[in-house]
Design a protein around this ligand. Structure first.
Ligand code: SF4
Length: 185
């Protein structure tokens, strides 16, 4: 895995990644409180395959993450004319996901299995097919909060900054990678 971290250091420079860190899945902070907020405050709850309850029970999500050897945490940035306009901000999620998919491809090329998570709910389709089958299961990336993960704590732990002003959005990504302890996908 140390070799893989050196390879990440090399290939990640080819992508518009602002900051990144590699940590152990055991160091990722999970909290039921995050899922509580999803359930009580998020309008995407129960409306997307990338969000609860579709992603599974909190314990199952946590166990899925702990199956991997390492986690790559990273941020990308997007420019917007007004960061207060949610539609404009969300429209930049696609670029961040392209970077996420590219990093997954790099890791898979090196023999890793990957579980990517992204910020916010999947926006590939104008309206999510949920509860009918997902239209693009190979491209859809679950929301990191849907797994009960405390993004701000990871960022603090790794010294990752969430730079934001009226024209800048910071997107957060997390890719669990490595061999899976139980095999299979
Ligand atoms: S790809 Fe479409 S159907 Fe699948 S989770 Fe994303 S928005 Fe929903």
């Amino acid at each position: 895995m140390q070799q893989m971290e050196m390879e990440i250091e090399e290939f990640i420079t080819q992508y518009p990644v602002c900051q990144y860190a590699v940590l152990s899945p055991a160091d990722i902070p999970f909290s039921d409180r995050v899922r509580y907020i999803c359930r009580t405050e998020c309008e995407r709850y129960g409306k997307s395959w990338s969000c609860p309850p579709a992603v599974g029970e909190p314990d199952a999500c946590r166990q899925r993450c702990l199956e991997y050897e390492k986690a790559l945490v990273f941020t990308t940035m997007a420019e917007v004319s007004d960061a207060q306009v949610l539609a404009e901000t969300l429209a930049t999620r696609g670029q961040h996901e392209e970077v996420t998919r590219a990093l997954v491809r790099e890791l898979e090329l090196r023999g890793c299995q990957c579980l990517p998570l992204s910020a916010e709910s999947c926006q590939i389709c104008e309206t999510c097919a949920y509860p009918k089958p997902c239209r693009h299961p190979e491209r859809a990336i679950p929301c990191v909060e849907s797994y009960g993960i405390l993004v701000t704590e990871i960022a603090q732990q790794c010294g990752i900054e969430f730079y934001a002003d009226s024209h800048t959005v910071t997107w957060f990504g997390l890719i669990f990678f490595g061999r899976r302890k139980t095999g299979g996908l």
